[in-house]
Design a protein. Structure first.
Length: 304
């Protein structure tokens, strides 16, 4: 009880005053920013740390962003080892509110049924991102917006109890829109279930599982580490033998490497957008999937 009291007093001492206006919130991705906005509406002011068109695992946070974190009522992160840079950022901020278990710190991975979590990969702190405790790109399964927004709802209700009906109504409206779109996306992808693909990075494992695509291999045998020449030779041979026609890349993928593998394997490279704001059409979370489903189905249809 004494330790709990000390922790509570430390939080109160560190908490900034935001004057009862919109809750200042900081997220570690544009996708989380979009989902916080969907639930919080005009009762939240959301700032984001990681741009959508840079590798999300290697971000340099600017001094102005540190100030935003210090002033925030809530920090919302992907979790696991998705943001290795966040360790040093929070060390610099040195705010006792932003620690696991605090109501001001939301790790959205806690509500997710993770893929690739059965065999943990160990890495040194500050080392390369390797999906050490499971695949971190879970927002790319649109169904995972349900538990993510559920966690966001609980956090916002704690911070602003009087706005509970408003937050709940916003989330209900968002989930209704999600369900309607998910039906359309599933229908659009139905003719292509079982299509074999290779990924540049493991970003699309959740997306592939949701829409029935089969991931034959990954261009990066270990996430974040370039493949060796021998691995590339084996991979391209495997792609030809398995009849893989599509290589899924991100906007920040190594273009020359993607082109090389596509040329050697005969596969077509398709660039999908992994985060909100990564393309003008991906203006919000639902539009992100509208765009990616459109790109993918157009490519799949053209290959028939």
């Amino acid at each position: 009880m004494l330790l709990s009291l000390v922790f509570t007093l430390a939080l109160l001492a560190a908490a900034p005053a935001w004057g009862g206006g919109a809750l200042p919130i900081v997220t570690t991705s544009t996708d989380l920013k979009a989902l916080v906005g969907a639930v919080g509406g005009d009762r939240v002011q959301v700032d984001n740390l990681a741009p959508p068109l840079l590798d999300p695992h290697a971000i340099d946070v600017k001094p102005g962003q540190l100030a935003k974190i210090k002033a925030a009522a809530l920090l919302v992160r992907i979790g696991l080892d998705h943001e290795p840079w966040l360790v040093r950022v929070l060390r610099s901020v040195n705010d006792p509110r932003f620690v696991p278990g605090s109501p001001h710190y939301l790790d959205t991975s806690k509500r997710i049924q993770l893929l690739q979590g059965e065999r943990p990969r160990i890495r040194a702190e500050g080392g390369v991102h390797v999906h050490g405790f499971g695949n971190t790109h879970f927002w790319l399964d649109p169904e995972n917006a349900r538990p993510i927004t559920g966690a966001i709802l609980e956090a916002l209700e704690y911070l602003s109890p009087r706005d509970r009906p408003y937050f709940e109504a916003n989330r209900k409206r968002f989930l209704e829109q999600l369900d309607a779109r998910l039906g359309r996306w599933t229908q659009a992808m139905a003719p292509y279930r079982g299509t074999r693909i290779v990924l540049v990075h493991e970003s699309w494992a959740y997306f592939a599982q949701r829409f029935g695509l089969i991931v034959v291999a990954v261009l990066e045998p270990t996430p974040g580490i370039p493949p060796s020449p021998s691995y590339l030779a084996t991979l391209t041979q495997k792609m030809r033998q398995a009849g893989v026609k599509f290589l899924i890349a991100e906007p920040y993928s190594n273009a020359s490497l993607v082109d090389e593998v596509a040329a050697r394997s005969g596969a077509r490279a398709i660039t999908l957008v992994p985060s909100v704001g990564g393309d003008p059409e991906a203006r919000d979370y639902l539009a992100l999937f509208d765009l990616n489903i459109k790109r993918l189905t157009e490519a799949l249809t053209a290959s028939r």
